[in-house]
Ligand binder design. Structure first.
Ligand SMILES: Cc1ncc(COP(=O)(O)O)c(C=O)c1O
Length: 356
């Protein structure tokens, strides 16, 4: 069965019989301020898309990555990874594995779980602490920061996990779809080498661990989810494997063109970070006033409110044309950050919502 996500306004609008244009959609963690789309030259539409060195270099500089490669959203590799990892493991062992294990956060973006489960992996769940006992050739998935919980593991914790994965010839996948709101040091990419600029020395690059893959999403922070573009940051060999296996044209030319600009535009990135943080703060205080005493976890891209009757509050909000994400556990509501106008609409709606 397909996993349920936010961003399914047509379905919800039909269910509540409110025209789509009357809704306030806060059901995703996509920034409400999006990068202004530049004029796209005609040749970009006319020619087949090419992944240029200048795009890859812009991404390396933005992510502080020794190696990276674009994807049609990080989702593309989430779905493809089990197949690629199975091939790697078969090469390592000369035969395919009989028992396959994947360790995943109990609460978190469910597409990882879906992909490994489909590929026949036995799933093990963790939450507060990373698994410390793992099977050989297994996979550990970390969502950092977690969506929807917002919590994050430290670099030390991730390094320990990486060490454990190396001992067991296991793969560590770190999904950093929401990491753009933090400083570069937050990202595991920054720690893939000991050097923190992009003038890496060859011998250091050889030492990048083969067992870590970091996934990044362009859609969320830049407010351009429709572009469908993300990046994998890893060793050169992994980037090569991905490149060879995703086909030549899965990301369209306009998306590649726009992405190069957004990754290079430092001024816009600084402004975006500041206004998202500011807006998240204001919105959090409004939610705190309404949901008195509720546990609220926030970052600059979404806010999660834990409630005894989350499903009921979700329903009350929907009745007023406010669409938020009821989490899979049915114990919380995740609110995407609202811009000023949207926030006013949300405040008015909240007055009529009875919370428990
Ligand atoms: C934690 C997480 N990872 C990955 C994705 C996939 O994002 P994309 O394919 O747009 O990069 C999402 C989408 O919501 C997500 O929440």
């Amino acid at each position: 069965m397909a996993t349920l996500h936010g961003g399914q306004l047509s379905r919800v609008a039909k269910q509540y019989q409110i025209p789509e244009q009357e809704w306030l959609d806060l059901s995703t963690g996509i920034a409400p301020f999006s990068y202004p789309i530049p004029k796209i030259p005609t040749h970009i539409w006319q020619n087949l898309p090419t992944i240029t060195d200048s795009l890859v270099n812009a991404a390396k500089a933005y992510y502080k990555a020794p190696y990276c490669w674009p994807l049609a959203g990080s989702q593309q590799l989430i779905e493809k990874l089990p197949e690629l990892w199975n091939c790697k493991v078969a090469e390592l062992n000369n035969i395919p594995l009989k028992e396959k294990h994947a360790y995943l956060p109990k609460v978190g973006y469910k597409e990882h779980q879906q992909a490994w489960s489909k590929a026949g992996y036995r799933l093990h769940f963790y939450q507060q602490s990373l698994p410390c006992d793992i099977q050989q050739n297994s996979v550990v998935v970390v969502i950092n920061p977690n969506n929807p919980l917002t919590d994050a593991f430290t670099i030390e914790q991730l390094k320990q996990c990486q060490e454990l994965c190396a001992q067991q010839q296991a793969l560590l996948v770190i999904d950093e779809a929401f990491a753009d709101i933090f400083e570069p040091e937050f990202s595991f990419i920054y720690h893939l080498t000991d050097l923190n600029d992009i003038t890496y020395q060859e011998h250091r690059l050889d030492q990048i661990s083969e067992n870590v893959i970091v996934l990044r999403s362009v859609g969320k922070f830049f407010g351009l989810a429709g572009l469908r573009i993300g990046f994998v940051c890893s060793s050169q060999e992994w980037c090569q494997t991905v490149q060879e296996n995703i086909g030549p044209w899965s990301i369209n030319g306009p998306a590649l063109f726009i992405t190069e600009q957004v990754l290079k535009d430092k001024t816009w990135q600084v402004t975006q970070k500041m206004r998202l943080q500011q807006q998240s703060k204001v919105m959090r205080s409004i939610l705190e006033i309404h949901f008195v005493g509720a546990r609220i976890e926030a970052n600059a891209l979404f806010i999660t409110v834990f409630l005894n009757q989350a499903a009921d509050v979700y329903h009350q909000l929907c009745e007023q044309g406010i669409y938020v994400r009821l989490t899979d556990e049915n114990d919380s509501l995740r609110f995407g950050i609202a811009n000023e106008t949207q926030l006013k609409k949300l405040q008015l709606a909240l007055i009529k919502v009875i919370s428990y």
